[in-house]
Ligand binder design. Structure first.
Ligand code: SF4
Length: 75
C-alpha cells in the first residue's frame, strides 16, 4: 500500500488533535485556527504509512482523507 495524498477537510475538523498525537510527523493542529493541517512528508516507511492510516481511522469527525495507490486505481 502506497499513500498518494493526505488531506484534512477543515469543515469537519474539530481541532482536538487525535491525529497529531498519533502521527505528529504528518499532522499538526494550528493553535489559532484549531484545525489540523498536514505538515510533514507522509511518504516513507511502512510504519509511517500505518500511523497515517491509524490517524485516519481514529479521527472522530472523519475529516482525514487518505488516498492510496489501490484506491486511486479503482476510480
Ligand atoms: S483527529 Fe480529525 S477532527 Fe481531530 S484534529 Fe485531527 S483531523 Fe481534526
Amino acid at each position: 500500500m502506497k499513500i498518494l495524498a493526505v488531506e484534512v477537510d477543515e469543515g469537519f475538523c474539530d481541532g482536538v488533535g487525535y491525529c497529531e498525537k498519533i502521527c505528529p510527523d504528518v499532522f499538526m493542529v494550528d493553535p489559532q485556527r484549531r484545525k489540523a493541517v498536514v505538515v510533514g512528508e507522509f511518504r516513507g516507511s511502512r510504519e509511517l504509512a500505518e500511523r497515517v492510516q491509524l490517524a485516519e481511522n481514529s479521527c472522530p469527525m472523519r475529516a482525514i482523507v487518505v488516498t492510496t495507490e489501490e484506491a486511486s486505481d479503482i476510480g
